[in-house]
Every structure is written in C-alpha cells, then in structure tokens.
Unconditional design. Structure first.
Length: 157
C-alpha cells in the first residue's frame, strides 16, 4: 500500500513480507490519523479560526459580499467556497475562484511567517499582502479577479 502524506510517499510494506499484519494495520491507522489531523488543521487556518474569518470578512466587505463570509460553523474551506460560489452571478464566479485561491495562499503564507519567523498575527499585514498580491495577479491577466467590482456584484441572498 502506498500513502501520500505532506507530499512524501510512504510505502507501507510491514506485514506483507514478514506476516506482521498488526504492524501494517497500526502504520495505516497512524497515517490515516495524521492525514485527518492535517485536514482539520488546514480547515482551521483557512476558515474556522477567528483570524481567518476576520480576514475573509474584510476582503469580502470591500466587494459588498460580507454575506459570504465563512461562519464559525463552516464545515470546510471547500464547502464554504462551493456554497458561496453558487450564490454568485455566473460572470463573477471565475473572479471569486481567484479570490479564494489568493486568500488561502495569503492566509497560509501569513501562518508560516508566524510559525517559522516568529511574527505575530497581524490582520492589517495580511490584508495589505492580499491587496498587493491581488494587483500583481490582475496585471498578470487575472481578468475574473479584476471583474469583481463592488459596483457590479452579486445578487443578495
């Protein structure tokens, strides 16, 4: 059995050659547990922690889309994204996809700076990084992102 974890591939062979099925089962269980914990941690960083919800609120507020801000009960980033995407007019969906990808990238980079560089969480820095990176994306041809204009937005739910 092969398992992919953190981009590394592990080959689980214990028990297949030695007859130690218990070992193989324990290893599989450990890999599955760690994989599940990683998913939960990622969901926390992207949608359920207070910092992430404040970040998404501020980003969406500038576009008159605060009704799409993830709630504390949001199950997963993907579910929140999908549900929010369905509430948008078709011409704004590509831009919203770009916004979600960019927002997730900024949150992840900010988290890494806090964890690995000792930086304190700072909402204003994260929002400024989002604005700066958004401009770069727009100049690079992210037309959908450029089309997200507060004056031409969504149908309210």
């Amino acid at each position: 059995m092969n398992s992919l974890l953190f981009g590394w591939q592990f080959e689980i062979v214990a028990g297949q050659r030695t007859g130690c099925r218990k070992e193989a089962s324990l290893i599989r269980s450990a890999v599955l547990f760690v994989t599940k914990m990683v998913r939960i941690y990622i969901q926390h960083i992207l949608t359920s922690c207070v910092f992430a919800r404040q970040f998404w609120f501020a980003v969406l507020q500038s576009l008159n889309l605060t009704h799409l801000t993830p709630s504390s009960s949001s199950v997963s980033f993907a579910d929140w994204w999908r549900r929010s995407w369905k509430k948008l007019q078709k011409q704004h969906r590509k831009g919203f996809n770009s916004l979600c990808i960019l927002g997730a990238w900024i949150l992840w980079k900010h988290r890494n700076a806090c964890v690995f560089d000792g930086m304190s969480p700072n909402l204003q820095q994260a929002l400024q990084a989002f604005k700066d990176e958004s401009l770069i994306w727009r100049f690079s041809g992210a037309k959908g992102l450029a089309a997200l204009d507060p004056g031409r937005m969504v149908k309210q739910v």
